[in-house]
Design a protein around this ligand. Structure first.
Ligand code: ASP
Ligand code: MG
Length: 434
């Protein structure tokens, strides 16, 4: 008998029919003799609808009340799910985040979990009940108020429960089949990965892959939680996210490799695409010490989150250089305003805003030990006549900025160049990964 934590995203519990389908899945796990703890998201687009409503009554809703409002979405789905399970003849009990012992800091809208005290969950499990927990929410001990964990926070709820209860696995159910080598809507030949390391998953998620939330993967990595990302709408295996030193559970990942036959790990795990960034270029920056510091201090103070940075060689004749950086599109306006306000102090010539860029990232732990990985990327783009505007790397990732219009084509040729293409087109259920 094992303990399963299962998380169901909003699209998995969008209506009564879906809730019954999820209830059946949960009951099947229970029938197989396992303990089950479920973290559930709000039904469908409930959270967005509640945010909309709030915006209609107040331009800037009070954060405390907004959390009160948003946390109600998960209360609806958890209670309905428990009822659906009851009607199948099984005992289920739902709990809010605070009843479940999700203790967070006091930051409304983006609270961090500081402790999990699942006393009531253990009691319910001991009494043979299936436990349902409202995702995305917690409680702060000092303010004694309800908090929420930020969009997509139910993934983190599930992983935190799995860690606190020492679960055997944390299954994250959504409307996609698992983690793919690329977004199948962009790269039709993308393949589902049987497994991916948590460090690769973090890089993929940070660079545009949307199936799992970064904070949940980080939490899992830190606490040694095994994640299985899979689909509510099929019984097939999904993708296992393996933390440091973890191996695939027995029987997982399809046919096992014959003994003595070492399986070669691919160098590249996947290709991520991101259209959410903009580029700002500060032109004619005096090429003297301290200017980059001045510029990025201004940007940081504006609250914008900088990603890639490139500084050109200065022209000898002018002693000036250009500095470009990328940041989330929604941060661009505020960063531009902040920079413009200090133009004469910093002494740069101009600001150029470009929101038509796309970022392509290639991720793979094998890069540590293999050479020529970046050459393959640049070659594939060059053959296709796609211009590279910026490049950045980490130990296990290479990212390039290209024209936004070129991004899909770039992802396809790069996917092919690394030998990631599957034999057949991936079946896309048009899922959102939620
Ligand atoms: N309902 C919340 C959201 O839509 C939390 C979640 O779905 O994980 O962001
Ligand atoms: Mg949701």
């Amino acid at each position: 008998m094992a303990l399963f934590v299962q998380k169901y995203g909003g699209s998995s519990v969008a209506d009564a029919e879906s809730i019954k389908r999820v209830a059946k899945r949960i009951v099947d796990t229970r029938r197989a003799g396992h303990d089950v703890v479920v973290a559930v998201s709000a039904m469908g687009d409930t959270t967005d609808e509640l945010l909309d409503l709030a915006a209609q009554v107040a331009p800037i809703p009070a954060p405390r009340e907004l959390d009160m409002l948003l946390s109600s979405g998960e209360r609806i789905s958890m209670a309905l799910l428990a009822m659906a399970i009851h009607s199948m003849g099984f005992e289920a009990r739902s709990f809010t985040g605070s009843q479940a012992g999700m203790i967070t800091d006091a930051t409304h809208g983006a609270a961090r979990i500081v402790d999990v005290t699942p006393v009531r969950l253990r009691e319910a499990l001991d009494e043979g009940a299936i436990v349902i927990v409202a995702g995305f929410q917690g409680f702060n001990r000092d303010t004694r108020d309800i908090t929420t964990l930020g969009r997509g926070g139910s993934d983190t709820t599930a992983v935190a429960l799995a860690a606190a209860l020492d679960a055997d696995v944390c299954e994250i159910y959504s409307d996609v089949d698992g983690i793919f080598t690329a977004d199948p809507r962009v790269v039709p030949r993308a393949q589902k990965l049987t497994h991916v390391s948590s460090e690769e998953m973090l890089e993929l998620a940070a660079n545009g892959a949307k199936v799992l939330y970064i904070r949940a993967v980080e939490y899992a990595r830190r606490h040694g939680v095994l994640i299985h990302a899979r689909s509510t709408f099929s019984s097939g295996e999904g993708t296992w996210v393996l933390g440091h030193g973890m191996t695939l559970p027995a029987g997982a990942g399809g046919p096992t490799v014959a003994e003595g036959e070492e399986m070669e790990e691919p160098i590249v795990a996947g290709v991520a695409t991101d259209l959410s960034q903009a580029k700002i270029t500060v032109t004619g920056v005096p090429d003297v010490p301290g200017k980059a510091a001045e510029i990025f201090k201004i940007v940081a103070k504006s609250g914008a989150n900088v990603d890639m940075i490139v500084q050109n060689v200065s022209a000898a004749s002018t002693g000036r250089t250009d500095i470009s950086f990328t940041l989330p599109k929604e941060d661009a306006a505020i960063a531009l305003r902040a920079l413009a306000g200090e133009q004469s102090d910093v002494g740069f010539e101009n600001l150029v805003h470009d929101d038509q860029i796309g970022k392509l990232s290639v991720v793979g732990a094998g890069m540590r030990t293999h050479s020529g990985v970046s050459a393959t990327l640049f070659e594939a783009l060059s053959v296709s006549g796609i211009n590279i505007e910026m490049i950045s790397t980490s130990e296990i990732r290479i990212s390039v900025v290209v024209r936004g219009d070129d991004l899909a084509e770039a992802a396809r040729v790069v996917h092919t160049a690394y030998g990631l293409d599957g034999d057949a087109e991936a079946v896309v259920h048009a899922g959102s990964g939620r």
